[in-house]
Unconditional design. Structure first.
Lengths: 257, 330
């Protein structure tokens, strides 16, 4: 058994009367791609925000590499290797693709109280940044301002930036959101190629992607993990069928996948 | 192929500006209009203040509405030290005064920078309108603090007992010398800030302006970088204050009135935020227009206000910002 890279116990978060995260337990093992699925509003993005340190949890505990990180601010979590990406693309629109990634590279190279040397002429930043861009398939678009990239390319950039921080655990909040079939295939292949190098929590509505990539799947409904298991076990789980039936358009796709 | 000639419109503008500024004193004297030397000296001093604001406003996206406070504090440091030197009394019963610029000017930067660090430490925890209001409130506190300082003239201000001295190297009483000192300081600081804005530090500052949330999630604790930029901008504004005291031969609370802070913001926006050269252009246009219009009609502000409004609406990136960054495509 590999030990869990991150261990979540009894995590809670309420918005007023709404329990977005409800006494949630979750383990993610080192090296695995762990998918988190669930209907809209199940609390997936809320969980990501809690794990990334953006939302403060009402109760519960998050341990990352056996260290309690429940109260750690986001930049310190990133420094430990706990990094998120965004469901709604969040890049530096006026910077070139290269500058976007270079900034993420810079973040992991110690403090930035360096006032003299030009950052974008520094190979210590631009070379790793170029490699990240190549990795996600944006090598040819390095000089293009992020705002002028296509939607799909911006999603690729979103992932490149998370990768450039040198993550141990990637929290991917719907990396395929809003993408067409072809663009999706590129990302799915990319994520598959990262298997083993980075542990991933993959949140996704695209069941083909989830079932082809995931080592294990957890199903989140109303802030609770109703099931966790291998893709086969999840497909057969009666609780999951009940949770999805009648309220999810994906249900059909889901059971015949 | 590199050429010694400028290769973009912006570089041409900077080169022409530099030549014009270098040539101004002899030209003004030849034309028998030495008045322009002191007028443009004043412009250079405000250009320095505006440039320091551009670091946090243009590059950092921090709308500080109290920047004149740092200018004023720098000016008062020079004024108060000169006052004690002339009276041969001790400041706070402890420190002797001095007219030496070697001591007073760095101290002006240090005090203004330290004040900026303190103000930033509180205000940078807020955003948007709150940030504007808090920096304004601090500036008003500083203003009333100096108004209440009877020992240094209170409301009326303090005339400078002696211009700053630099071991006999230059005499700031000489208009032309002062002009070139101001120009030299502006050029050196401009060059330094240009490096800073392109450095790793500068990237963090600009990233935090563009998308603070993302900065945090790629691992930057942005507060400390903003605080450092704020202190640096305050220190440079303090240096502008030290120059201003010498230029006006006088210091007074009016230097840190909120309208002054507003004017410095207008200079930055008018010239072009986030360009460093823009604020210099902005200071020129602002102060020369003010001069021309106030000579033309007493109600010059009635014309000035709308003119600025139009400029800001129609030239969103500012006057200098209108020039393309690159050579036009061929
Ligand atoms: N800041 C907030 N304030 C109040 N309610 C919120 C807030 N953020 C999320 N919610 C609510 O919490 C619930 C969970 O939202 P969340 O965004 O985590 O869902 P999700 O599983 O990511 O959904 P989707 O699949 O649509 O992205 C939703 O009902 C949402 O309306
Ligand atoms: Mg979501």
């Amino acid at each position: 058994m590999t030990r869990p890279l991150i261990k979540v116990t009894g995590l809670c978060k309420s918005f007023g009367a709404l329990r977005a995260t409800d006494n949630l337990d979750l383990d993610i093992r080192e090296g695995e791609i762990h998918a988190l699925i669930g209907p809209n509003g199940a609390g997936k993005s809320t969980l990501v925000a809690q794990l990334a340190g953006e939302l403060r949890s009402d109760a519960g505990r998050v341990e990352f590499q056996c260290r309690d990180v429940t109260a750690l601010p986001p930049p310190e979590r990133v420094a430990l290797g706990l990094v998120r990406s965004f469901q709604i693309t969040s890049v530096f629109r006026e910077f070139s693709a290269l500058a976007n990634v270079a900034l993420a590279v810079q973040a992991r190279q110690g403090h930035s109280f360096r006032f003299w040397r030009g950052a974008l002429a520094d190979p210590l930043l631009t070379e790793p940044a170029r490699r990240c861009l190549e990795q996600v398939g944006l090598g040819a678009r390095a000089e293009t301002p992020a705002a002028r990239l296509s939607y799909g390319e911006q999603r690729q950039l979103e992932i490149a930036m998370a990768l450039a921080t040198g993550p141990k655990l990637l929290l991917l909040d719907e990396p395929l959101a809003g993408m067409g079939r072809e663009d999706s295939a590129v990302i799915v292949e990319l994520l598959g190629s990262l298997r083993g190098r980075h542990t991933m929590l993959l949140i996704e509505h695209d069941m083909d992607a989830v079932f082809s990539l995931a080592d294990r799947i957890s199903v989140l409904v109303y802030g609770r993990a109703v099931a966790t298991g291998t893709p086969d076990a999840i497909r057969r789980d009666p609780d999951v069928q009940r949770a999805y039936l009648g309220e999810e358009a994906h249900a059909g796709e889901f059971f015949h996948a | 192929m590199t050429s010694l000639l400028p290769n973009t419109p912006r570089r041409w503008a900077v080169a022409l500006l530099a030549v014009a500024l270098l040539a101004l004193p002899p030209a003004a004297q030849a034309l028998g209009e030495p008045f322009y030397i002191s007028l443009v000296s004043r412009v250079l001093v405000f250009a320095l203040a505006a440039m320091s604001l551009d670091l946090i406003l243009g590059f950092g996206g921090l709308v500080c509405f109290g920047h004149a406070m740092f200018v004023g504090v720098g000016a008062y440091v020079v004024g108060i030290l000169a006052h004690h030197a002339a009276e041969e009394t001790l400041l706070l019963g402890l420190l002797p005064g001095t007219a030496s610029g070697w001591i007073a000017w760095p101290l002006a930067m240090l005090c203004a920078g330290a004040l900026a660090a303190a103000v930033g430490f509180v205000s940078l925890r807020t955003k948007g309108v709150h940030f504007i209001m808090i920096t304004l409130a601090f500036a008003q506190m500083a203003y009333f603090f100096f108004v209440s300082l009877r020992a240094y003239g209170g409301d009326d201000g303090l005339s400078l007992a002696a211009r700053s001295t630099f071991s006999g190297l230059v005499s700031l009483r000489d208009k032309v010398s002062f002009y070139y000192v101001a120009l030299g300081v502006l050029a050196v600081v401009g060059l330094l800030l240009w490096r800073v804005t392109g450095s790793r530090f500068g990237m963090v500052l600009q990233g935090a302006k563009a998308n603070e949330r993302r900065m945090v999630h790629i691992g930057f604790p942005v507060f400390r970088y903003r605080l450092a930029a704020f202190a640096l901008a305050g220190a440079v504004a303090g240096l502008a204050g030290a120059l201003l005291a010498n230029q006006a031969n006088f210091v007074s609370p009016a230097m840190m009135h909120w309208t002054r802070s507003g004017e410095i913001i207008v200079m930055v926006i008018l010239g072009g935020m986030g360009t460093l050269v823009g604020p210099v252009v902005g200071a020129f246009v602002f102060l020369l227009l003010e001069e021309a219009l106030s000579g033309w009609t007493e109600h010059w502000q009635v014309v000035f206000g709308p003119a600025l409004l139009l400029a800001v609406i129609y030239a969103r990136q500012g006057l200098y910002g209108l020039l393309p960054v690159r050579e036009s495509a061929r």
